[in-house]
Design a protein around this ligand. Structure first.
Ligand code: SF4
Length: 204
């Protein structure tokens, strides 16, 4: 599979859960993300195994409308802080912050206008959610209807897992047949990094 490096994030992002695909698409569209979006995405990228040096390259090249000086002054520190490279002792000892779980993303800091963090299954209107799903290639009517029902009954994880199972249906079938993955490994996911890890395992 592709290396976990700055130049491969565009390719790898096809295997990200919808929350992170939304951040990635917004970043590519605007060459910018607001604070909580940067935090949510940086910690996710750290969680998939992108090292600090590559993460800094990723953000610097993504924020291509600003100068080196502005990047260094306003953004570099926060990325390093997320990795525990700078900051207080406990942050440094712990290697920085942990990637956010779905629970945290679903319940803390709901996105305001112009912000792209959060969980699209929860924080988007049904119309915007459907448009986003179609934008990432989910056009199957029964999947879209299932997502709508999950959203209406506030089962946001279910929606996310439904999409995962649809996107990976061939690989899951094969993995089950060949006993590559146990049923425990195919249980409902509750973490964006688990979503990627499982996708990476199935597709590589
Ligand atoms: Fe992301 Fe979790 Fe929402 Fe899926 S359910 S989009 S992994 S926050």
């Amino acid at each position: 599979g592709a290396d976990i490096s700055a130049r491969n994030i565009d390719t790898l992002s096809a295997q990200f859960p919808l929350c992170m695909q939304n951040l990635h698409r917004t970043l590519r569209r605007d060459a910018h993300l607001k604070h909580f979006g940067r935090l949510q995405y940086t910690l996710f990228l750290k969680g998939i195994g992108l090292n600090l040096e590559e993460c800094l390259i990723f953000w610097r090249s993504s924020f291509h409308k600003i100068t080196e000086d502005t990047f260094n002054k306003e953004y570099r520190y926060n990325v390093r802080h997320s990795y525990g490279d700078v900051g207080g002792d406990s942050n440094r000892r712990g290697g920085g912050y942990s990637p956010f779980s779905c629970q945290k993303i679903l319940t803390e800091h709901p996105p305001g206008p112009g912000e792209a963090h959060g969980c699209p299954y929860r924080h988007f209107s049904l119309e915007n959610l459907t448009t986003l799903l179609q934008g990432v290639g989910i056009t199957d009517r029964s999947v879209l209807n299932g997502v709508k029902e999950d959203k209406e009954s506030q089962k946001f994880h279910m929606a996310c897992n439904r999409v995962f199972e649809h996107v990976h249906k061939n690989e899951i079938k094969k993995a089950k047949e060949e006993s590559i993955m146990t049923s425990a490994q195919l249980e409902t996911m509750v973490h964006p990094n688990e979503y990627f890890k499982r996708s990476y395992l199935l597709k590589n």
